[in-house]
Design a protein around this ligand. Structure first.
Ligand code: ADP
Ligand code: MG
Length: 435
């Protein structure tokens, strides 16, 4: 049976002072499949290695089955880890590689052979058991590595981008296999990936990290439908969510409207009801989030739809569908940067920075004086030069051409609003779906 894993404000500061993981708290149920998702360098591997006991914890607490585990050596955590660059023993056959953990533990030959065959059947590699790693393809080697990890039935699987070196088709197939093998053992799993599609396909829940900070933890549909912030909204889903600059107007006795550049969308009153936050953010710059499926082309709106007049800028043929790029005259918005704590510290407090400063000072002293070039700050471009695109899906054969002017319907129930810091303000932040 799987272990429960509890992180309480878990942090990791590396010896150089870099805070790779910051105050992460979460709880994994026994047998749960959790995906850690985030861009490269956000601290996923660090967090996984702390759970494995391969990296020291510098702040907070790690509990396994409710008991403090910070001082537990890796060998006593009953965990199996699978990496991207899995290392099989090159001189051993696939069977010997898979059998290794049982042999090392001293299981008898009969039990071991039986276990190897069972695992090999489940992974579809029975016919490959006599081959050495050099005689196997990448996907086959990864299956053998899986076999070696599952054979001793650990309580926890830790997987660090195990499929990222494989081609797309194989990845899709293997992730289904991983899921079925892992489910069968009942182990608790933490799976690291930077691929949102993989995360959505695998996770019971997904924890999204950015700069070592937990942004949101939730089921795949929670993250998709109710992202906590613009970062999560834009990290999850393809094509990416459309983000535009806009403003909300909320007159006391009138209809609320969202302005997108030169155009306006009325907010249906039933959606705005009881939402005090909207009054707070009104008049301030907001980010408007619209997923591609919130947009459709038609001239007959349903009650929850509002119309924008848009111009087709690009038609992208995809085979099963066409992606239509259009503009409504509003500006594209970027996801607000997070402000890592390190960057807010005075630079002089960092010994490395101080050292480099001193070095540069000495070098400059030895060079003929040259005045600093004037700092160039680009003048703000007029809006029309930064007009943003919206992407939506259209069926094949719609026959749209660049330059066509068409009515675009916006499903206002699918509208998302984020404040200047990127936090979601609409739908209401406290709104939680039934789980
Ligand atoms: P991810 O797995 O999400 O790509 P990592 O956990 O490997 O991210 O790294 C998170 C951050 O910590 C990165 O900025 C990385 O450079 C830094 N880092 C990782 N390992 C070390 C280390 N041993 N010493 C110092 N910094 C490290
Ligand atoms: Mg990593």
């Amino acid at each position: 049976m799987g272990s429960t894993i509890t992180l309480h404000q878990l942090s990791k500061t590396y010896p150089g002072g870099h805070r790779a993981v910051r105050d992460i708290s979460l709880h994994l149920r026994a047998g749960e499949f959790l995906v850690l998702l985030g861009p490269s360098g956000c601290g996923k591997s660090t967090l996984l290695r702390m759970i494995a006991g391969l990296e020291t914890v510098t702040g907070g607490e790690l509990l396994l089955n409710g008991r403090p585990a910070d001082d537990l050596p890796p060998s006593e955590r009953d965990m199996a880890m699978i990496f991207q660059n899995f290392a099989l023993y090159p001189t051993m056959t696939a069977a010997e590689n898979i059998a290794f953990p049982l042999a090392a533990r001293g299981d008898d030959d009969h039990t071991t052979v039986q276990a190897v065959n069972t695992v090999a059947d489940r992974l579809g590699i029975r016919s490959l058991l006599t081959r050495t790693p050099a005689q196997l393809s990448g996907g086959e080697r990864q299956r053998v590595a899986m076999g070696r990890a599952v054979i001793r039935r650990p309580s926890v699987f830790l997987m660090d981008e195990p499929l990222s070196s494989l081609d797309t088709r194989l990845r899709v197939r293997l992730r289904t296999e991983i899921l079925s093998v892992v489910r069968h053992t009942g182990a608790t799993t933490v799976y690291v990936t930077h691929d949102q599609a993989e995360a959505m396909a695998l996770g019971d829940r997904i924890a999204v990290l950015r700069d070592g900070i937990l942004q949101q933890i939730g089921t795949p549909d929670e993250l998709y439908e109710l992202p906590a912030n613009a970062f999560v909204a834009s990290f999850v889903g393809t094509p990416r969510i459309n983000l535009l600059h806009g403003t909300l107007y909320a007159p006391i006795d009138g209809t609320m409207t969202v302005s997108l550049g030169p155009q306006k969308l009325e907010l249906p009153s039933e959606l705005a009801q009881g939402h005090q936050m909207l009054r707070v953010v009104q008049g301030r710059p907001l980010l408007i989030g619209l997923r591609p499926e919130a947009l459709r082309i038609s001239s007959t709106p349903a009650p929850h739809e509002r119309t924008l007049s848009v111009t087709v800028t690009h038609v992208e043929y995809q085979g099963h569908e066409v992606l239509l790029h259009v503009t409504a005259g509003a500006q594209t918005a970027e996801v607000p940067r997070s402000a890592p704590v390190d960057e807010q510290q005075p630079a002089s407090g960092n010994p490395l920075t101080a050292g480099i400063r001193a070095l540069l000072g000495r070098l400059r002293g030895a060079l003929p004086h040259r005045p600093h070039p004037p700092t160039r700050s680009a003048p703000p471009l007029p809006d029309r030069y930064r007009v943003g695109e919206l992407v939506l899906r259209a069926r094949q054969g719609t026959g749209y051409r660049t330059g066509d002017r068409i009515p675009l319907l916006v499903d206002m129930r699918a509208l998302m609003l984020f404040d200047g810091a990127g936090h979601r303000v609409f739908p209401h932040p406290t709104h939680r779906p039934d789980l």
